[in-house]
Each structure stands twice: as C-alpha cells, then as structure tokens.
Design a protein around this ligand. Structure first.
Ligand SMILES: Cc1cc2nc3c(=O)[nH]c(=O)nc-3n(C[C@H](O)[C@H](O)[C@H](O)COP(=O)(O)OP(=O)(O)OC[C@H]3O[C@@H](n4cnc5c(N)ncnc54)[C@H](O)[C@@H]3O)c2cc1C
Length: 438
C-alpha cells in the first residue's frame, strides 16, 4: 500500500519506520528542512514510563488557580478569547476526577512501556547513537507535603508493574552524588531504574536516515495545506494531500492511506474535514548548557519536583526542560521563564556548566486534556491519527509508530490502550472505555 505520513517529528518518523517495515511504500511530508526541528528538537529527553501521571489529576485545579498570573509558574493558563482553549480547559477539568485519572494513567503506562521496549529493540537493530543513558530517572522533592502526596502515585506505578521506589534523601544523593550540595533541602525522592534518557533529535534524525536508506521518501521544505476528500458515511475517504513544494509550486499527492502526525498543527488541518481534535499547544522551554565539570553535573536523569523541571545529561551537554504555558501557537521566548531555569540549575549544580552561554528553546507540546494521545482511525476509512502525545511524545514515540503501522495494516496492536475509533484490547481486568469515533 502507498502511505503518506504527514509530519516528521518523532511520531511521524517512527510511524514511517514501522510502516516501511510492514511492507508499505512510504512518503513523509515535512515543512522543515529536516526531521525533528519543531517539538521533537530540544525536549527534556526522558524516556519516563514512571512519570505517567497526567497533569489532569485531582490536585490540578487548585494548583492551576494558584498559579494564574504568576509569570514563572510551572503551568500557566494565559486566558485568551479563543474557543478551543476554553473547551480544552473544560475537558481538562473533566479528566481530573480520580476515576478518569486512574484510567488515563493505566493507558499511558501501557503505551509507554510498549514504547520503551520498542525503542530498545530499534536501538539494538539500528545501532543509532543518541547520547542515551540507561541509568534510570530520579525524582527528588524539596517540599515534604509534595513528597508525601507522591507516595500513592509511586505505589500505583508499582501496582502497574513500573518499579518506582520511594526513597529517603540520603539514598537520593547516593544515586546522584551531584545533588550533594543541596542535600539539606531534599526531603525524599523516588527512583525508577528501568527509565532512560537520550537525545530525541539525534535519535529521530538517525532513524529518518536509516528509513531513507531503506527506501522511505522524505520530502522536506514541503508545506501541507489541505486534505482532499470524497464520499460520505462509510464511503468517506481522503483522496489526496495538497502541498506547496520547495520551489513554491502547488501539487496534489495521492496515496492509499494517510497518517496525520503533525503534533499541535494536526488540529487546523483536520478541522475542515469536521474532525475536531482536542489538542492544544502547551509551550515548554528548555535550556542546554555545556558541561564544564563532568563530575559536578548529574549523569542520572532527574526530575526536580519543586520547579517541575527535568534534567538530562547528553554527553558533554546538560539539558534542563519544563514549564508549560497555554497561550496559543506562539513560540516566543519569555526571558523571565528562561532565566528562572538557569537560576535553578545553577543553584542545583553551581560549578557544573557554562551558565553564561545557555541555548534556550521553546516547543509546543501537543496536549490532549488527558495526555492520552489519539492513535487510530477516523471516519475517513484511509485517514489515521498519530497525534496529541503531550508531555510524553518521546517516551511514547516508537510504540506509537509501531502501533499505527499495525492499525494501517489491518491489525490490532498488542497493548491495552484505547485506540481511537477501535474497540479496546484489554489484557488487564479494569474498566474499559471505548473512545468515540472522530
Ligand atoms: C519543554 C518540553 C520538554 C519535553 N520533555 C519530554 C521528555 O522529557 N520526554 C518525553 O517523552 N516527551 C517530552 N516532551 C514532549 C515531546 O517533545 C512531544 O510530545 C513530541 O516531540 C511530539 O512529537 P510530534 O512528532 O507529535 O510533534 P512534532 O515534533 O512537533 O512534529 C510535527 C511535525 O509536523 C510538521 N508540520 C506541522 N505542520 C505542518 C505543515 N502544515 N506541513 C508540513 N509539515 C508540518 C512540523 O514541522 C513537525 O516537524 C517535551 C516537550 C517539551 C516542549
């Protein structure tokens, strides 16, 4: 079958890789000059199955209210006269009930675990090197109440098969000695030794290169402007995609199937087809520093609970990422937020890095209210979705690519997940929800 993948972030590239392996003839369309130049460029780099708790959870509404208007808040709603933002906000509140949070966590853990195993298999098969470390993720707390509140979440993760162990402050520093300077501020932590980290950009570009060598046709500098459709009801299908070529010419490309993997930008492209995806861009920041003293910089990937920042060592660089601003599609850098990241990193690891020359970046997380992505079918028989991976697109990337290739090939992926427009395949006995067709 001839398949066109729309977008070449981690999700589109992994989709193309697995579609090609499944025997399809694959073309990837991407507006940037190469893969992974938007949200998959400079993220937190954690493969964090252990951090599957979505932002939508019972404690979120109060925290968000408290943070409203606070310029350096970890999660900031900038209220706009925009229907999608308000609708998204209401849906977010709906996902904060204990029952929905628990079901979302189960699904996220399932797809993340499937994805980590898939990533490990791809790594072994391709030999792509991407500054990856398999030293686990250490989450540390500086607020006693936050630490206490984290204990049930850690237990839930253990119940779901994820070895997230709650530990004391001395154990935190034993696992990551670079935290010794702030030992007196740490109240506890949890450690998941099966988690990993690695450079998403290096991985995605490496995978795209291997896929291209295998015959996948990547067309960069190509802007997708419209999907063309025909038929109604069960006969509705996509007939082509309208693009602007690198030389400025308009063209329509035809294929048997289309996979939407344009992150936050999937929404405006699908709207004219009557498909309303509940995805809102969540602007996040990262700072990358050159490591000056390798022993003073951490080499275990960290989550700093107090500041909601993640830290990953990427060879001779240190990446620190986090914060979220719901403020439309702007990627403008806010100096206050950038400086807050550097201030905190310098406080944690004073002599480790060159803090005078940080490289700041922003990216738009394609956030669904539940943080459960859309992977699956639409009411157009040959249009498939792989979008809305929110805070965990790198963690879920390889698994989402593998799953969509299964679905496009007419098979049900072997993972307990509510694939869009498909009956849920359940391996564990717990409440089942079937997602609506979109
Ligand atoms: C600050 C920050 C930290 C993060 N940390 C982590 C982490 O530690 N671990 C983790 O698992 N996840 C993390 N994430 C989330 C992760 O980065 C995203 O979920 C993931 O990158 C989304 O991938 P994607 O392929 O869906 O989107 P993208 O990477 O944005 O890919 C979509 C592609 O579609 C292309 N496109 C869009 N519109 C068009 C068009 N009209 N024509 C042609 N092409 C188009 C874009 O150019 C882009 O390349 C983080 C995100 C941020 C912002």
């Amino acid at each position: 079958m001839k398949v066109i993948v729309l977008g070449s972030g981690i999700i589109g590239t992994a989709s193309a890789w697995f579609l090609h392996k499944a025997g399809h003839e694959v073309t990837v369309l991407e507006r940037q000059p190469g893969p992974a130049q938007e949200t998959s460029f400079a993220n937190g780099c954690q493969i964090s199955v252990s951090h599957a708790e979505p932002w939508a959870n019972p404690s979120a509404p109060m925290k968000i209210l408290k943070w409203l208007g606070q310029e350096d808040a970890p999660l900031l709603f900038r209220l706009r006269p925009e229907w999608l933002q308000w609708k998204w906000g209401l849906n977010f509140l709906r996902e904060c009930t204990p029952a929905r949070t628990a079901d979302n966590i189960r699904q996220i853990v399932a797809i993340c675990e499937y994805s980590r195993q898939t990533l490990q298999a791809v790594r072994a098969e391709t030999g792509i090197s991407y500054d990856h470390l398999t030293r686990g993720i250490l989450h540390f707390y500086t607020d006693a109440k936050e630490f206490e509140d984290s204990l049930p979440a850690a237990k839930l993760m253990r119940d779901l098969g994820c070895p997230r162990e709650s530990i004391g402050a001395d154990e935190v520093v034993r696992i990551e000695p670079a935290l010794a300077k702030i030992r007196d501020k740490i109240v506890g932590g949890d450690f998941t030794e099966t988690d990993e980290s690695g450079d998403v950009y290096k991985f995605t570009t490496g995978l795209a290169r291997k896929a291209a060598e295998g015959g996948v046709d990547f067309r960069f500098n190509t802007t997708i402007t419209r999907l063309l459709t025909e038929g109604t009801g069960a006969a509705a299908k996509v007939t082509g995609v309208e693009i602007i070529n690198p030389d400025g010419r308009h063209q329509v490309l035809r294929a048997d199937a289309f996979v939407m993997a344009m992150g936050s930008f999937s929404v405006p492209l699908l709207k004219p087809l009557g498909i309303d995806l509940m995805i809102y861009p969540g602007k996040g920041y990262s700072a990358t520093y050159k490591v000056l003293d390798p022993d003073a910089a951490p080499s275990v990937s960290l989550t700093d609970d107090g500041y909601k920042l993640v830290v990953s060592r990427l060879g001779d660089r240190l990446r620190v990422a986090g914060t979220c601003e719901l403020n439309g599609y702007t990627r403008e850098l806010n100096t206050t937020r950038c400086e807050a990241i550097t201030r905190r990193t310098r406080e944690l690891f004073p002599d480790a890095c060159d803090y005078e020359n940080p490289v700041y970046w922003t990216g738009l997380r394609p956030l669904t209210p539940s943080n459960v992505p859309y992977i699956g079918k639409t009411r157009f028989s040959n249009l498939f979705l792989n979008a809305g991976h929110g805070t965990l697109g790198w963690t879920m990337g390889c698994g989402s690519g593998r799953a969509i290739a299964e679905i496009v090939s007419g098979r049900q992926p072997e993972v307990d997940f509510a694939f869009t427009g498909m009956p849920r395949h359940v391996r564990n006995p717990h409440p089942v929800t079937t997602p609506a067709q979109v």
